[in-house]
Write a protein that binds this ligand. Sequence first.
Ligand SMILES: *Cc1c(COP(=O)(O)O)cnc(C)c1O
Length: 377
Amino acid sequence: MKIPFNKPYMTGKELWYIAQAHAEGHMAGDGSFTKKCQSWLEGNINTRKALLTHSCTAALEMAAILADIQPGDEVIMPSYTFVSTANAFVLRGAVPVFVDIRADTLNIDETLVEAAITNKTRAIVPVHYAGVACEMDAIMEIANRHNLLVVEDAAQGIMSTYKGRPLGSIGHMATLSFHETKNIISGEGGALLINDPSLADRAEIVREKGTNRKQFFRGQVDKYTWVDVGSSYLPSEIVAAFLLAQTEEATDITQRRMAIWNTYHNELKALEREGLIRRPVIPPECVSNAHMYYILLPDAKYRTELINYLEKQGIQTVFHYVPLHSSPAGSRFCSTKAELLVTDDIAVRLLRLPLWLGLEQHQKKVIDAILSTTVDL
Ligand SMILES: *Cc1c(COP(=O)(O)O)cnc(C)c1O
């Protein structure tokens, strides 16, 4: 049997909820399933307002509009992230400014953020890599002192916490992804979380094509019209119905992922002791959601050989981001003021291992293969 890197988990209730949405006859967005998903997010993440979107990408685009980003504005973020973190702001004409990441968590290095701030800086976008929190107290303190908005890219961070606070509840806004590679899924999907109440009303307008349709349905205005920029960011009830089934098992899904994560962590400890790999580091103030298990290998050549060796045994492992500053669009649209030494170093050495529900019965094969490779290479 081949062991894939990812396999979307289905709770078994998705089709039942989709059938109910079908029976209710409300297929567009913002019906009863969307409302249930949003209240679940608001309750579990402790956010003021959650709005479902088509994707985390769409939620980031909304955040850039709500942050009132203007051409030429600068937005500070890591280069070691998914393209959408930067693209959403580039679409508004902004310049993403990359700072390096911490060698332990691979999250934005909070000690380098302040030096990247100029009079054009408008926002900071911390990305919680692998579901492990950025140093949010330091980031929020810097942002407040310089009057900047913080948008947490919590695409990988659902059900994780920082000092007991859920990721997505700390910045002025936050974005989640329900892409099938994430912990809680709806195929494609996402959410924008609004923690700053002053952004809430406009968020509804931007999500509804720039109209005040929401207020109309609440009876706050007597007809609805075009009042602001916006687009269609709301998913259909079919997607929300699928997602609701997943949210109901979120705790269980997280626990099962954590068990798999812990097995890797324990079984690969010896390799780290021998200095052959480095395992993920989770600071004591962070509780992770076991979104990802990665290892850092000695160099790029070793990684390629290990990927090929595992592939021959039917085990799929994958590396992660090409740092945005070294991508064609990144060098066109973005700015890097200092060298990104940690980013450049780890990007070529990081390898992600399979982690999905159901892997439990095959995980020994993956671990044994990794343990034996170090002898073969
Ligand atoms: C997955 C991911 C995204 C994009 O999510 P989509 O829902 O596919 O748009 C953005 N940022 C990070 C850090 C991600 O991991």
